[in-house]
Design a protein around this ligand. Sequence first.
Ligand SMILES: [Zn+2]
Ligand SMILES: [Zn+2]
Length: 426
Amino acid sequence: MEQEERPRIQSIRGTRDILPPESEKWLWLEGKFRAVLSRFGYSEIRTPIFEHTELFQKGTGGSTDIVLKEMYTFQDKSGRSLTLRPEGTPSVARSVLEHGLLKRTKILKFYYFGPMFRYGRPQAGRFRQFDQVGAELLGDVTVEGDAESIHLHVMLLKELGLSAFTVKINSVGCPNCRPYYSRLIQDRLKESLDGLCDDCKVRFDRNPLRILDCKVDDCKKLVEKVPSILGSLCEECLHRFEALKERLESIGIDFEVDPGLVRGLDYYTKTAFEIHHHMLGAQSALGGGGRYDALMELYGGPHTPAVGFAAGLDRILLAVEKEKIEVPIPSGTDVYVVAVSDKARQKCFEVAALLRETIRAELDLAQRSLQAQMKAANSLAASFCVIIGEEELASGVFTVKNMKSGEQAKVSETELRSRLERELRP
Ligand SMILES: [Zn+2]
Ligand SMILES: [Zn+2]
């Protein structure tokens, strides 16, 4: 075979093609996830992959790394500033407000699948175009809602057979108690302000809580001087956090309390959580989320309590590989229609067309020899071959070969499809 030339135009750094049979894994994962989401009563919402830039500046937060450094923002031909979505929640919130969906019902449960875009440094399991699944529970104020969101995320992973992961939970406080904690952070760190990284110097004024999330070693060391947020929670936040732990325990979900967990987004209040996999090294978070009671108001909507999460599909599939979970890859076809001679090709085409009304069927489109066709049938893992030669053309009775047992049977054209249907779906 001739060597294919490498094209001069290649895919963009941080993006990649998902080719068969790899794409079968994605179908498998999506199918499993949709089944779980449906058991929890969530329906799919499909929003555009680009939005007005303002949506993310306001929602995701002007002081977050995502908005400051990682957005794909561009002007369209009429000069509007648009952004490829870096995350899904702001679009869901916008859509709910735009269509007045919470005027008709108290509770909404939405999930989404799709690509997100962030201009970060590409590394293992991290792409500039990456796929997420997300689930949002809107209008719900209860602690059961928080626990349901965490339970749902855990169930998605369990449905795939994953088990080597840990649920981490925290409370990031509310507008009543967080300002107090932010001042506490500033108090403890103001002496060592020079020791913080440049990003944290900005965070110090704009959003001190996010200093706790910094990955720079110097900052990590300084943060040790800051007491846990759990000691600064107001009564309401503390009560919710205790109740959340009880709910999770009551349905057998193991968790760890991690006071340093603050999430990279500005809109979280009270409950925050992440799920980490044990075999993925530094990039171990499979997904995370929390409560975002203030987001809808930021967009000019009514006060709307809400909780949700997003999980990265690329990294989840990496975890599936690490845990050596076998993904069932379907065979290439069920029936291969084989032409013994060129004269039979026309008939093979008709027979394949007839079978394809209900059965997966393939035939030779490359004028190959009988032997090469049998080889092709084998490599597609076909269960049966229908063999058509001169004799079969004359009699209208075809040879059907069971590829596993090697047994052959004579089957008339009129009975062929129903016979194969029976054999394939016993
Ligand atoms: Zn509070
Ligand atoms: Zn820092």
